[in-house]
Write a protein that binds this ligand. Structure first.
Ligand SMILES: NC(=O)C1=CN([C@@H]2O[C@H](COP(=O)(O)OP(=O)(O)OC[C@H]3O[C@@H](n4cnc5c(N)ncnc54)[C@H](OP(=O)(O)O)[C@@H]3O)[C@@H](O)[C@H]2O)C=CC1
Ligand SMILES: CC(C)(CO)C(=O)C(=O)O
Length: 298
């Protein structure tokens, strides 16, 4: 399969690099990473270990591929979609956190698949990415149900040794992940604690409230996600990732823009479309955006 990875930073480089053992992969990345991969190949280290030689370029347009993987941060999705609209791609799959598929679907003619990734990735230096945890890619039709394209993509991932599951209930899975991120990411970023600290503090209640509100909005969108399932998902992820610093905490610590707009902000916006108020997500989003403005990031 000819696979274009748009936005090969940490996650895109890891997944694209793993796929490159079998497939014809092009990484769209920034220099000096793109230049280094072109000249010396890519080292994958950590929980996965290999050396591969995908094509790497900074060119955003002019590509021809069977599948485009979108792995830019959520706030770069619209620009990625516009660039991909100038390419010949037959299908698009986002592995991003937050709700971004609607932006892709509305700007692209190619069918958009939904995806989630729980692999951990960190770009250590140009040409070298660390797999900090072998997770799973789950993908499927945006609106759920069986999908031959998703089956082909899932097989292509598994052929390359990527742990991939094709699911027929992506709407529920995306909203459950959103509930987890709305609770854990925002609360850990604002209180500057690792995920495990949510086990035993008032912050636990705050994360649960954000997740329950997200579940309520999911149901308004006709996605079956109960409050209890959302709350239990938060607790399960807190236990499994207790030592992690969430991606949003890492962004705040590095003074980088966060994905708040596509996570808590998306919950607020979709709730408003239904005339519904989500005070916990609204407060978390406002505080994170205030921090971003103060840091000159928006
Ligand atoms: N890292 C992880 O372990 C996981 C990440 N995710 C999700 O995956 C997504 C990506 O995360 P992550 O990989 O960590 O983020 P990164 O910032 O490491 O990677 C995104 C990369 O895309 C680049 N980029 C953006 N626009 C362009 C462009 N037009 N042309 C070329 N390159 C571009 C960015 O460069 P620049 O910064 O210079 O703009 C950056 O290098 C997020 O939604 C995240 O939540 C999900 C699961 C795990
Ligand atoms: C699951 C979780 C919360 C793990 O830290 C995550 O997705 C993130 O940090 O973005």
């Amino acid at each position: 399969m000819r696979i274009l990875v748009f936005g090969a930073g940490s996650l895109g480089t890891l997944v694209g690099g793993l796929l490159a053992s079998v497939h014809d992969v092009t990484l769209v990345a920034r220099d000096p990473h793109a230049a280094r991969v072109s000249s010396a190949g890519l080292d994958i280290v950590g929980a996965e270990s290999t050396h591969v030689s995908p094509t790497a370029t900074t060119a955003e347009t002019g590509h021809d591929a069977d599948l485009a993987l979108v792995t830019v941060k959520s706030f770069d999705t619209a620009r990625a979609a516009d660039a991909l609209a100038d390419c010949d791609v037959d299908a698009v799959l986002s592995l991003q956190n937050g709700l971004t598929e609607a932006t892709l679907a509305s700007r692209l003619d190619a069918p958009a698949l939904a995806g989630t990734a729980t692999y951990g990735a960190r770009l250590v230096e140009p040409g070298r990415v660390e797999c900090t945890g072998v997770g799973r890619v789950v993908l499927g039709a945006l609106d759920g149900g069986p999908d031959p394209l998703a089956e082909r993509v899932g097989k292509a991932f598994r052929d390359a040794g990527v742990n991939a599951l094709v699911a027929t209930d992506m709407p529920r899975r995306r909203w459950e992940k959103l509930a987890v991120n709305a609770g854990i990411n925002a609360v850990t970023a604002l209180s500057r604690v690792e995920n495990g600290a949510l086990r035993s503090s008032d912050a636990n209640d705050l994360a649960h409230r954000a997740a329950r509100e997200t579940a309520r909005v999911a149901r308004l969108e006709r996605v079956s996600l109960s409050n209890r399932v959302a709350r239990e998902a938060v607790d399960r992820v807190v236990e499994k990732t207790a030592a992690n610093r969430s991606s949003m905490l890492q962004d705040v610590a590095a003074e980088k823009r966060t994905e708040v707009d596509a996570i808590n902000g998306a919950v607020v916006d979709i709730a408003a479309e239904h005339g519904f108020e989500v005070p916990t997500n609204r407060t978390l989003a406002a505080l994170l955006r205030a921090w971003e403005r103060g840091a000159g990031l928006r």
